[in-house]
Design a protein. Structure first.
Length: 330
């Protein structure tokens, strides 16, 4: 099973913190945990298991985390742990230095190095997403990564932003993946992480050609996703934005068994299906939904939607509404 989920609500309030310690010690490297909310510790955990790489999302009110020298001697999985802060604020202490962390920050830690963390989250959502990756799997020298430990890296723009959006999307779509997807998801996650570190240290030359190629593909995908609403999005504009030829762009997609146009069309259709199924957008016409995602010709949109989904946009929206009503009545 790729996805495991856990909530402290499964036990009574006095037992919640102890159960959380037990669950996270099984799913992550061992840490000493404390909390101001220990008497009624409400927390959730979702783990996406990608084999050697693990992507998890956690939600909790407050935690003090310590990776001590004693815990390292007892058990060291020799992994990097990358945390992306989604809510709240925190601080990390490493080698005597304190660093403040806020929403949108990425921070890399090493299971072999003692550190302390203090995180105050915001109730009602995931606190942060964590990626755990074996040190040997990252295609960069350890000394390159070592100098970045405990240093805030922006996940708001650039390659940090690409990586942050990628791991957030992995968490959101965790239940959609199958075991056949694991090798691809692992490879892209590791290559993106390597690119973030390399870019930050201006050490991209240390990456393998395969890793740089995978990162370029992920960067292009992210660029397109952010511009799906633009009806003028073309292979030429995509290639120019990344400093490559259109021919090279076509080759990159062909290696993935795709065409540029088909990939863009599928992403736009995904967005349209999501909006048509959204009860908050029922007052929005189908033509408006289509135009919102780059389909300027209503007849053309209706044809390709029916070809992809087996029904017209109108029938699809009606079907989703009926299903939702039936579920509520049950």
């Amino acid at each position: 099973m790729l996805v495991a989920e856990f909530s402290t609500d499964v036990v009574e309030a006095p037992e919640r913190f102890a159960v959380w310690e037990e669950a996270t010690n099984r799913s992550h490297m061992r840490n000493r945990l404390r909390s101001n909310d220990r008497d009624d510790f409400r927390a959730e955990l979702r783990v996406l298991n990608l084999g050697e790489v693990q992507v998890s999302a956690v939600a909790y009110p407050h935690l003090e985390i310590a990776r001590t020298a004693k815990l390292i001697r007892q058990s060291d999985p020799e992994v990097y742990q990358i945390n992306y802060f989604l809510a709240g604020k925190g601080a990390v202490s490493l080698d005597g230095g304190d660093t403040a962390l806020s929403v949108g920050d990425l921070v890399v830690m090493d299971s072999s190095r003692p550190y302390q963390g203090d995180v105050h989250a915001v109730p009602g959502g995931w606190s942060h997403v964590t990626v755990q990756c074996p040190r040997g799997l990252l295609p960069l020298p350890e000394k390159t990564v070592r100098s970045l430990l405990g240093v805030p890296i922006s996940g708001r723009h650039g390659m940090g932003g690409v990586f942050a959006r990628w791991v957030t999307d992995l968490n959101t779509r965790a239940h959609e993946f199958t075991p056949a997807d694991v090798p691809t998801l692992t490879s892209v996650t590791v290559d993106l992480l390597a690119s973030v570190v390399a870019r930050y240290q201006e050490a991209e030359d240390a990456m393998s050609p395969e890793a740089r190629r995978s990162v370029l593909q992920a960067r292009i995908h992210d660029f397109v996703r952010q511009r799906l609403a633009d009806p003028d999005l073309t292979p030429e504009t995509i290639a120019a934005a990344h400093g490559i030829s259109t021919r090279h762009l076509y080759t990159l997609f062909r290696e993935q068994g795709l065409t540029v146009a088909a990939w863009i069309r599928e992403r736009r259709l995904e967005c349209c299906r999501r909006d048509l199924a959204d009860p908050r957008l029922l007052s929005c016409t189908i033509q408006a939904v289509a135009a919102r995602w780059g389909f300027s010709d209503p007849a053309h949109f209706s044809r390709i939607f029916r070809r992809a989904c087996g029904m017209t946009p109108t029938d699809y929206r009606r079907h989703v509404v009926q299903e939702r009503t039936t579920t509520v009545q049950r």
